[in-house]
Design a binder for this molecule. Structure first.
Ligand SMILES: Cc1ncc(C[n+]2csc(CCOP(=O)(O)OP(=O)(O)O)c2C)c(N)n1
Length: 220
């Protein structure tokens, strides 16, 4: 995994570059998966990346997680055509929309697109429909731009309780196992946040750590 960035769309040309490298090195059977929100598809880099990937038939899958909101911007203020996957033919690649709240459907669609990329057939654009229940961040108050009723309506599709029901009904897990899993996840999360919070703050000199090769510092 590489290229975590808070600059929207910065990861997409990086991912296309990685896919180009796989092709140039003739690393057959490998492919790149890059994910982004629907708001990110308004960035120029998004369009340039899909175009380049298509021209060079690169082994990459573009996965849009469409949660209907880009902080406070709804889809109808973000794009003229609300279906991101429908842009795919314009770039010369297949596009498909699916229920991103259904883990089995998600697996099936992502698996198919990745197999296509790995076998040298080129890129695809897939769009998983989902929803964000909470504010975008602790700095965002979603009461200023959407109704509680809208969130309540979407709650019916929350994949966590919905998939729990699927697993229980199929006999894959029993109630005690579900309970234990919830406890384990909570403990693991608490341990990770405790560990992160106990870490010292970085030193100012660490600003350039891992940026330049060797001991070079820009003020030298
Ligand atoms: C280039 C750039 N512009 C604006 C922002 C501020 N910003 C951070 S997250 C965000 C919304 C992202 O929405 P989306 O791509 O749909 O992803 P989501 O967070 O909903 O998954 C914005 C506008 C940013 N980080 N980078």
């Amino acid at each position: 995994m590489m290229s975590f960035s808070s600059i929207l769309a910065a990861q997409i040309p990086h991912a296309v570059g990685a896919a180009y490298a796989l092709k140039l090195r003739k690393e057959a059977g490998r492919a790149v998966l890059v994910t982004f929100g629907e708001g990110t598809t308004s960035e120029g880099e998004w369009h340039e990346s899909l175009n380049f990937a298509s021209i060079h038939k690169l082994p990459i899958v573009f996965l849009c997680e469409n949660n209907k909101w880009a902080i406070s911007t709804p889809i109808d203020r973000q794009m003229g055509n609300p279906n991101v996957f429908e842009r795919a033919p314009g770039y010369g690649m297949p596009g498909e929309q699916f229920n991103g709240f259904d883990p089995l459907e998600t697996f099936e669609v992502v698996d198919r697109a990745m197999k296509r990329a790995r076998s040298g057939e080129g890129p695809s654009l897939i769009e998983g429909m989902c929803y964000r229940y909470l504010s975008h961040s602790t700095d965002d108050d979603d009461r200023t731009y959407r109704t509680r009723e809208e969130i309540e309506k979407e709650r019916a599709f929350d994949p966590v309780p919905c998939f729990e029901k699927v697993l229980l009904e199929a006999g894959v897990m029993n109630a005690a196992q579900v309970d234990q899993l919830k406890k384990d996840v909570l403990r693991e999360t608490n341990e990770a946040t405790d560990e992160a919070e106990a870490m010292p703050f970085p030193e100012p000199k660490d600003l350039y750590t891992h940026l330049y090769e060797g001991a070079w510092e820009p003020w030298q």
